[in-house]
Write a protein that binds this ligand. Structure first.
Ligand code: ATP
Ligand code: FE
Ligand code: MG
Length: 352
């Protein structure tokens, strides 16, 4: 089954074609991405109205582009999947309406899929994909969650952030340090020059049992540290790098401690890390150490598929469409808030 995947949940327009006739990453026939980051950077964050408008402008040209790259026409498509949530409602509507319109015109099935399921299963597109079951750490701009994954659609939430997401914390720390949006990569780059011993920031919620996270206190701590340095007139380039390093260490350490706990609690030996923050080098190094101690193995999407993309949505959509799931005629979905553990389990007997 050849499926067109459409991602428009936030500030990236992603389109891809996935064919279930091939295993894993081989099924990815084409993928294209247009990032709106430069446009939003001017405002220091995503402006929802501008995001919707830009998705409208870019989506169809990207559809034409992937069809060309895969040497296919619209008539060769067997189904269309789009991100139905969670995300910005206006941005989601662009993808949903386009997908439903195209599907109706082509008389093929269409399905709204969950954005975080896309992130979660993105490592399935790599050469040595993880086998089920595994633990997943989803760390992105809007989510920080630990999930026990038994199969497609079989997700048990083990813990999540009670306030800010880890990526959001990176973005806010970047703003405080005068770095541009999205801040994660900039903070990481600045932190490389930082002295890890100068400051020690708190590791929130690691002193008590459980797998939930909290990052808003760390944000306040970072702001206070910067203000104090400013007040003493010692906020030079080195001090900024030292703050960035202390912040990154605190986030990485906190995430690694909870991953270790999740592995111990579930007894699982595989962990998937996905979402934008999973691109962080220091986090990957730390997780590798934890895994080695437990004879466990970590899996990641390739760098380009850590952040939002159409490939992961095409993959997830293809699994579910092939199992017979589809939206009812004319019932397009745009669900800004949508818990991951409320997803259906596809009938894999059908797709096998
Ligand atoms: P969600 O998937 O929860 O809706 P999102 O799609 O906006 O959120 P992603 O695109 O997956 O999130 O990831 C973007 C986030 O990843 C941003 O917060 C960004 O700062 C962060 N990020 C990207 N690269 C790095 C890095 N190297 N280190 C830390 N954070 C990073
Ligand atoms: Fe995302
Ligand atoms: Mg993004």
């Amino acid at each position: 089954m050849r499926v067109l995947g459409i991602e428009t949940s936030c500030d990236e327009t992603g389109v891809a074609i996935y064919d279930t006739a091939y295993p894993g990453g081989d099924g990815l026939l084409a993928d294209a991405l247009y990032s709106q980051i430069a446009m939003h950077a001017e405002y220091g964050g995503v402006v929802p109205e501008l995001a919707s408008r830009d998705h409208t402008r870019k989506l169809l040209p990207l559809v034409e582009q992937v069809l060309r790259e895969a040497h296919l026409t619209r008539q060769d498509l067997d189904g269309i999947a789009y991100t139905a949530g969670p995300g910005l409602v206006g941005a989601l509507m662009v993808g949903a309406a386009t997908a439903h319109g195209m599907a109706r015109a082509l008389d093929i099935p269409v399905l709204g899929v969950h954005h975080m399921e896309g992130h979660l299963l993105a490592p399935m597109l790599e050469n040595e994909p993880p086998e089920f079951p595994f633990v997943a750490l989803l760390v992105s701009g809007g989510h920080t969650q630990l999930v026990a994954v038994e199969g497609v659609g079989r997700y048990q939430l083990l813990g999540e952030s009670v306030d800010d997401a880890a990526g959001e914390a990176f973005d806010k720390a970047a703003k405080m340090l005068g770095l541009s949006y999205p801040g994660g990569p900039h903070v990481a780059r600045l932190a490389e020059q930082g002295d890890p011993k100068r400051f020690r920031f708190p590791r929130p919620m690691t002193d008590r049992p459980g797998l939930d996270f909290s990052f808003s206190g760390l944000k306040t701590h970072t702001l206070t540290a910067i203000r104090e340095l400013e007040a003493s007139d010692v906020l030079d380039e080195q001090a900024r790098a030292d703050v960035a390093r202390a912040f990154e260490e605190a986030v990485v350490d906190t995430l690694a401690i909870k991953c270790r706990r999740a592995l111990d609690q579930t007894g699982l030996k595989r962990i998937v890390m996905a979402g934008g923050v999973s691109a962080n080098t220091r986090l990957r190094e730390r997780l590798a150490v934890e895994c080695e101690k437990r004879k466990a193995r970590a899996y990641y999407p390739r760098g380009r598929f850590c952040t939002d993309n159409g490939a992961m949505m095409a993959y997830v959509g293809a699994q579910r469409l092939a199992a017979g799931e589809r939206d009812a005629t004319g019932q397009m979905q745009a669900t800004p808030r949508w818990p991951l553990d409320q997803l259906s389990t596809p009938d894999t007997a059908l797709s096998a």
